[in-house]
Design a protein around this ligand. Structure first.
Ligand code: TYD
Ligand code: MG
Length: 473
């Protein structure tokens, strides 16, 4: 039987296809067609809200095509000069920005609440202002006098930064239009409220719409805008991943509340290298840059202890030394514990499996704890060999020599793969007083004066060489 289709139901009153409402998750930004108590994508409860579908108004007539010039790729003569950049004057921040702030760019700075985003932004604002930029700092979280008090504490009161406390986007854009600053800092995007969007501040629609308006406004007026965003428990910027797509640069401010140092990491940068890091230390007078992070991460090493291995890693474009600590103890539970801080737990699982299958070092019935000292977070696969060394050292209760630095990637076959920037890693190790390095076999030989190189082809040979007859049975 043919079902009659109710065309009035399908079509809007003016003949347009009726728009179905969309339901969006406030936590992860995923959209779905039906409301539900739990988000299908991130499994969060009570986070689904009705969202206005895009383009629910009548379609506008085309104005006759794109207005911008179309330039042939081959036409070098019509190339526009690169956009102007302003250096902050804080080396660690300039490095993460890829060599200063680009005129007319939009940035998102994400991080846990209380990690120091507002402090960093205020300090950066003051520096930019001193370097000749007209800066306006708009806080939606604190009153102007609170921001002023913070500036006083940070010793920044002499800087010509304009402070304002406002959450209404319309008022903010009007002020920006009148003031015409070179840089506007919005702290935070979650507190912004656009009156044409029918939902609460902090909701996906509000954040998305505010970020979109601010970014478009900034591009049109050639003004840089930095938006601060809070990060949720699972590490994403609250609500909208979409904001990450809108902006030119996304920086994450990370760190452990229990530790003084903070890392600013660029996860996306249209104007510079991504994955670059800047290291700061939280002091009583705000954030101070750390020029030699390796020394900071290795500072409190005592005499060699079992389960500790130093690796030379690369974060962004720079070498950083770090200490991997492992503890292995007999398990009282039927399922032995695997606990990791500062590393991906999947990698621990992989390295344990390779040690067991390729080197005959089982960890069955043993609880394993792995930690990167100082609260650093490592993503470099070159840490694999140091992780394996720390694990075997802890299991055998045999300390590694204090003057040795270790790096290399482990493949599932147990072979060791060379890693990028070997020479930079070795130079950093030598600078910090290490005299010996264990690395995978190098295709291109690298030598650094004062550093003895010990190359190993596979993990099993490494375990026998390093732990000798104390090695596992
Ligand atoms: P804040 O910048 O307010 O964090 P966010 O904007 O990311 O929420 O930083 C708050 C923390 O920083 C707070 O716990 C106090 C500490 N802090 C210092 O240790 N020294 C300082 O000079 C300042 C201003 C803050
Ligand atoms: Mg803040």
């Amino acid at each position: 039987m043919n079902c009659p289709i109710d065309s009035a139901w399908l079509m809007g009153q003016n003949g347009n296809m009726a728009k179905q409402p969309i339901y969006t998750c406030n936590e992860c930004g995923a959209s779905q067609t039906k409301w539900g108590g739990q988000c299908d994508a991130c499994q969060a409860w009570n986070t689904i809200v009705e969202d206005k579908p895009l383009g629910s108004g009548p379609a506008k007539k085309s104005l006759g095509g794109m207005r911008g010039k179309k330039i042939p790729l081959t036409d070098l003569a019509s190339q526009e000069p690169p956009p102007a950049r302003t250096l902050v004057g804080v080396g660690e921040l300039d490095r993460v920005l890829g060599g200063g702030l680009v005129q007319g760019s939009a940035l998102l700075v994400g991080g846990d609440p209380g990690i120091g985003k507002s402090t960093l932004m205020l300090q950066a604002a003051a520096r930019f202002a001193r370097n000749g930029l007209k800066v306006i700092y708009i806080s939606g979280e604190e009153s102007a006098s609170q921001v002023q008090m913070r500036a006083q504490r940070l010793g920044l009161t002499g800087s010509p930064v304009k402070l304002a406390s406002e959450t209404n986007l319309r008022d903010i854009l009007t002020t920006l239009e009148a003031e015409k600053p070179d840089l506007a800092i919005i702290d935070s995007i979650q507190t912004m409220w656009a009156d044409n969007v029918d939902s609460a501040p902090g909701s996906v629609s509000q954040v998305r719409s505010s970020a979109h308006e601010l970014t478009t406004f900034a591009k049109q007026r050639n003004m840089a805008v930095i938006m601060v965003g809070h990060v949720t428990k699972d590490g994403t910027i609250a609500g909208p991943r979409v904001v990450e797509h809108m902006v030119d640069t996304v920086l994450y401010f990370e760190g452990d509340r229990g530790h003084q140092f903070r890392i600013l990491r660029s996860v996306k940068n249209r104007f510079g290298p991504a994955d670059e890091i800047g290291v700061f230390e939280m002091t009583g007078k705000g954030l101070a840059e750390v020029k030699n992070p390796s020394a900071l991460f290795l500072s409190d090493r005592g005499k060699p202890a079992p389960g500790s291995a130093v690796f030379a890693g690369i974060e962004g474009s720079r070498p950083i030394l770090g200490e991997i600590q492992a503890l292995v103890s007999p398990s009282a539970q039927p399922n032995a514990k695997r606990s990791v801080v500062g590393l991906d737990s999947g990698r621990l699982g992989m390295i344990l499996a390779v040690l067991e299958s390729r080197c005959g070092v089982p960890f069955t019935g043993l609880d394993v704890y792995l930690n990167v000292a100082g609260g650093m977070r490592i993503t470099d696969p070159g840490a694999d060999l140091a992780i394996a060394a720390a694990l075997v050292s802890a299991r055998e209760d045999a300390p590694l020599p204090a003057e040795v630095v270790i790096f290399g990637e482990i493949s599932l076959s147990g072979a060791l793969r060379p890693v990028v920037q070997t020479e930079n890693r070795l130079k950093e190790a030598q600078k910090l007083g290490f005299t010996s390095a264990i690395t995978p076999q190098q295709t291109k030989k690298v030598a650094v004066a004062g550093l003895e190189m010990r190359e190993t082809s596979d993990l099993a040979t490494f375990v026998t060489q390093v732990f000798g007859d104390r090695g596992p049975v």
